[in-house]
Design a protein around this ligand. Structure first.
Ligand SMILES: Cc1cc2nc3c(=O)[nH]c(=O)nc-3n(C[C@H](O)[C@H](O)[C@H](O)COP(=O)(O)O)c2cc1C
Length: 317
């Protein structure tokens, strides 16, 4: 059963489905390996990883499957250069770069024959990335978990504006949790979809159970954007989020900065502090009601996407 698009042809995957790189949750081999084996593109999130841990995870994925996989490298990160060196030396087939322009590193990746997907959140950044020579862009809408970008553009409008602006394949991200969402993105002109929160709710995701339980219990209105004017994060509306949002009304900059940098994703993901830490998750948390193995998630997404596309085709007279 295949689902072919310009993205599957670019990446060599069976399905146009990317597991979003998620710091901590996919900063190991397990999730990426399960997704790539199932026919999607599994992504190791290098962000918080020590170089030796990244090296070990890449080798474990490569040893576990012949299917393509990717490493996500946030470019603002102090270890970005080291992460890039490792990914290129190890012959990683795909790099997904986020949070920073591709100009500094893309030349080396091109020479090494590595595919480069660039995460963007505005049509202007998509055009710049295309001009720099990326193979595809991943358009992240406001609904997304993690850092959805400062312009706060919902996926439907962002996707249409980016598809009109660039000719490289566009991947849709943010708010997609099932095959109907993927089919909708394909109908809007995307070549594929990247899902984060859906893959967070799998046994393979490397965050603690308290984190998964909190996200599983969330409804569609239980996330919020924290840190407008800094690096906004979509996360669950927990004690930290409520305190921060209250402090935003009248709080001074220094207090806000101290509060913002005093709470972290690691605190929630690793230490299990789901009230004081940043429980990053997208609005689609409210569309997910079970923890499922990542391979089964991919299979279900593919079956649902095909159903939705068939139903759509029946509407054409
Ligand atoms: C817990 C969590 C951590 C994330 N960490 C990263 C990251 O390290 N790098 C990155 O490019 N995107 C990161 N993201 C964003 C995802 O890759 C993806 O674009 C997003 O989750 C898609 O939206 P969705 O959650 O609505 O599916 C993260 C998202 C979550 C939920």
């Amino acid at each position: 059963m295949t689902l072919q698009t310009p993205l599957t042809r670019l990446l060599g995957t069976r399905y146009p489905i990317i597991q979003g790189g998620m710091s901590w949750a996919s900063s190991n081999a397990a999730l990426a390996l399960a997704v790539s084996r199932a026919g999607g593109l599994g992504v190791i999130a290098a962000g918080p990883m020590y170089p030796e841990a990244l090296l070990a995870a890449i080798r474990e994925v490569r040893a576990g499957t012949d299917a393509p996989y990717a490493v996500n490298i946030p470019l603002y990160n102090k270890r970005a250069q080291e992460h890039m060196d490792i990914a290129l030396a190890e012959g990683v087939p795909v790099i997904i770069a986020s949070q920073g322009g591709p100009q500094k590193h893309i030349g080396r990746a091109r020479e090494a024959g590595v595919k480069w997907l660039q995460v963007i959140a505005s049509p202007e950044h998509a055009a710049k990335a295309e001009a720099a020579g990326v193979d595809a862009v991943i358009a992240v809408g406001l609904e997304a978990g993690g850092h959805p970008g400062p312009d706060e553009i919902g996926l439907q409008v962002l996707l249409r504006s980016v598809v009109r602006r660039v000719s490289v394949p566009v991947v849709a991200a943010g708010g997609i949790a099932d095959g109907a969402g993927i089919a909708a993105a394909l109908c809007l002109g995307a070549a594929g979809a990247q899902l984060g929160t859906r893959f967070l709710l799998t046994p393979e995701a490397g965050v603690c159970d308290a984190y998964k339980d909190a996200v599983l219990a969330a409804g569609v209105a239980d996330t919020t954007l924290v840190g407008r004017g800094r690096s906004p994060v979509r996360m669950l509306r927990n004690a930290f989020a409520r305190d921060y949002l209250a402090a935003e009304r009248g709080g001074d900059e220094a207090t806000l900065e101290t509060m913002f940098s005093g709470s972290s994703l690691k605190q929630a993901a690793f230490d299990g502090d789901v009230q004081g830490g940043k429980v990053e998750a997208g609005q689609s948390a409210g569309l997910i009601d079970s923890l499922q193995p990542a391979g089964a998630v991919v299979e279900q997404l593919v079956a649902e996407t095909r159903d939705a596309l068939r139903r759509a085709a029946l509407m054409v007279g």
